[in-house]
Design a protein. Structure first.
Length: 222
């Protein structure tokens, strides 16, 4: 698997989401942040909007659920067509069951860790995942500063999952930009969520390509 860019529509124009998604058609995924104003202090969108996005997006939908009780809600996002569904382990009543139910509903399974969450507590779950998301900001709002002190966690996850072609993907989300993506790639990440860096750019598609190029160059250097 090559490196993948997943622009986050949290930083897009919510009144024009189809056009915004079309503007980054050269990306690999569309990252959709679902927030419930309980697990995080922000409210974004839910099942009806994601269902609509699935219908109009030429790119697969990568749902990041920052919500309470993902055991109850996460499978619904897979059922309506999200190709990847990521839940926060801190919110799950039963992480292993959540993984099983998302996969049974037809989606790839991701598990997210807040900055303060130690990966060592969840090593036994890694073989059951398709992707592990290391948050590089506190979840809840776009436009935050990148937390470079999360790079040792990314390196540790890479040590744990290895680098075989079928290994667990490592996603980073938060403050990823042209000035930080190389650090993430060098540390071992291979899926990069970028919001404001892409959608605030004069040419979002060109920024997607720039980010991809920078990440690839960093990997080659590493």
């Amino acid at each position: 698997m090559g490196l993948q860019i997943s622009p986050s529509i949290l930083s897009a124009d919510f009144a024009n989401l189809q056009a915004e998604i079309d503007a980054v058609s050269n990306a690999d995924w569309v990252h959709v942040d679902v927030m419930d104003n309980h697990f995080v202090p922000n409210l974004t969108l839910g099942v009806p909007v994601v269902e609509s996005l699935v219908k109009v997006s030429q790119l697969p939908i990568d749902c990041h659920l920052m919500i309470e009780d993902p055991n109850r809600w996460a499978p619904h996002y897979a059922e309506i067509g999200a190709q990847s569904v990521t839940f926060h382990v801190e919110a799950a009543r039963d992480a292993r069951m959540c993984i099983k139910d998302i996969r049974a509903a037809g989606a790839r399974v991701g598990m997210a860790l807040k900055p303060g969450t130690d990966i060592e507590q969840y090593v036994d779950l890694l073989p059951e995942l398709d992707m592990l998301l290391v948050m590089t900001v506190e979840p809840g709002f776009g436009g935050q500063s990148f937390m470079a002190d999360m790079m040792p966690k990314v390196r540790r996850v890479r040590e744990l999952v290895g680098d075989a072609p079928d290994s667990v993907w490592i996603q980073v989300d938060g403050g990823v930009s042209a000035s930080t993506i190389e650090q993430c790639a060098e540390a071992g990440a291979d899926v990069f969520v970028a919001g404001s860096a892409v959608f605030a750019a004069d040419d979002p598609a060109a920024m997607v390509e720039r980010l991809r190029s920078l990440a690839n160059a960093a990997c080659a250097h590493a």
